[in-house]
Design a protein around this ligand. Structure first.
Ligand code: DC
Length: 224
């Protein structure tokens, strides 16, 4: 089963690149960040302490989630039969996701669900620990990164384009804080696998990054 892992920090362009590469290859896509967002979102909707690890582990073990694609190739996620793909993209859900992602029992509860995505003809797995923990035997591992300033600028532009208010300085600070938490946690910290190819997208367009990943794919899987 051919597997490509794409790990990296928030704002590196991973999500878009992974989706486009999966589409081009006709392979499955695992958006593992969405799972952590769904756990945080469910916990936030229920109320209760944001630090109650056993509660979040139970939520993770019992997530009733279905992934799909809309007619334009966009992501659709159903939680308990309700479409939540936009609802889990808020800063609040992202912040909560980063917190629950540091809980070992939450990570453990999501492992089998992630492994189940590896079905023919192939998988593109997007996250933080795809190449280091979940799919350590993947043939192609990419670590996609970009400077913190550039990632904050991209997020700022995204929010402005959606007509939402945004503050660049505050976003930079949030990104730095999330990086710090994701890179320093005890379990599955964000870091490149020893055999990962590092792609720095700071001065690349999405199209250029997709082209680079497809080039690496052609080299790693000569028959595709
Ligand atoms: O990629 P994203 O922004 O949707 O991820 C949300 C949070 O989930 C992010 O702060 C880190 C965490 N995460 C993780 O710890 N491991 C993964 N494989 C994917 C995401």
């Amino acid at each position: 089963m051919p597997i490509i892992t794409i790990d990296g920090p928030s704002g590196s362009g991973k999500g878009t690149v992974a989706r486009r590469v999966a589409e081009r290859l006709g392979w499955h896509l695992l958006d593992s960040g969405a799972l952590y967002r769904l756990v945080a979102y469910t916990g936030q909707s229920q109320g209760g302490a944001p630090t109650d690890e056993p509660r979040f582990a139970r939520i993770a073990a019992n997530l009733d989630v279905r992934f799909g694609t809309d007619v334009r190739g966009g992501e659709q996620i159903w939680l308990d039969g309700r479409e939540v793909s936009r609802a889990i993209r808020t800063e609040q859900a992202g912040e909560g996701a980063s917190q629950v992602a540091a809980m070992p029992s939450v990570r453990a509860a999501l492992v089998d669900r992630q492994l189940a995505f590896a079905t023919p003809p192939g998988l593109v797995a997007d996250g933080r620990d795809m190449g280091t923990v979940i799919f350590p035997a993947a043939e192609l591992k990419i670590f996609l990164t970009a400077s913190a300033e550039e990632r904050a600028r991209r997020r700022y532009k995204q929010l402005k384009d959606k007509g939402l208010s945004a503050n660049l300085a505050a976003l930079s600070q949030e990104i730095a804080e999330r990086d710090r938490r994701d890179m320093n946690r005890a379990v599955a910290p964000l870091k490149p696998a020893d055999d990962a190819v590092i792609v720095d997208s700071t001065s690349m367009t999405i199209d250029e990054v997709v082209a680079r990943v497809l080039e690496l794919t052609a080299a790693a899987f000569p028959a595709k």
